[in-house]
Ligand binder design. Sequence first.
Ligand code: HSE
Length: 349
Amino acid sequence: MQTYRLAIIGFGNVGQGFTQILRDEGAELAQQYGARFQIVAVSDLLKGSVHDPKGIDPAALLDSIAATGTLRVDRLAAPDRREAWTALETIERSQADIVIELSYTDLKTGEPAITHLRRALELGKHVVTTNKGPIALKYPELKALAEKHNVEIGAEGTVMSGTPSLRMAQELLSAARIRKVQGIVNGTTNYILTQMEAGATYADALKDAQAKGYAEADPTGDVEGFDAAGKVVIMANLLMGQSLTLADVDRQGITQLTPADIAEAKAVGERWKLIGRVETIGDKISASVKPTRLPIAHPLASVGGATNAITFSTDLLGDVTLVGPGAGRIETGYAIVGDLLAIHRKLDK
Ligand code: HSE
């Protein structure tokens, strides 16, 4: 049995969803894969910080959050360890093998996540992140740093949450040569559009998406299309060997769509979807995020709620479409499990 010590930076929806999976499925994962994932530290800017090299019970972490909204050391298995660590201290001092970076996404600066990831990689730790900022903005640099220190970067949860879109494309489709990727890559806006078509107001639908944990901390990122644009950049750079930036994406969100626009499309058998797309034509690359009216019979038109769908157009296989969850606490928490198991498979060879 191989044990991996984990330090979690950021304990919001995704960190808690992942911890819930470890609480409920940890024993089975250990039995099935021969890998034991042990949380040794958690640090959250607002909720506090705990660490214990002997391991912290996932149930105790979740109970502390449920009871107090904070990580209370006296509620956890380490009553003698009252020293609160910052995120960087946690990365440097927790002796974790893998740092799970889940601080909030900032697509402008990528911080503080870029600093966290750089430090972890420099210290020879594997990293797993669902944070789109550093992957959209600095992937080539982080990847080079990881290679230099012989460690892995897991970023599955940055696109389509736990639905294995990046891994499937990287490992199984890249040899078929991906020429174009397009789809619904933001759960919040797809949820809002679906609810509005069923008669909800924009404000209520957004509130609902926030309550369900789909929306970013600042939902402007979702509704103005920045989140989808970040994912388009990630796919272009990780799957198609490009080096795009957010400025290369022709971006438009859903805030200008009115209930009248939605009703008008519905009346003629069409539906609005926010479509992210990246395509190579010859040696040119074109990338966009745009509200698009699709006939109801179009495969992407039937994808409703927070569900996402991506069609990969390849030379050798034609179109391959993947449909699955694109947001949510357990769904994104599951992406971390997928990345951890991939690291285990690599090290266990
Ligand atoms: N806010 C994002 C969405 C979360 O709604 O899709 C998943 O990246």
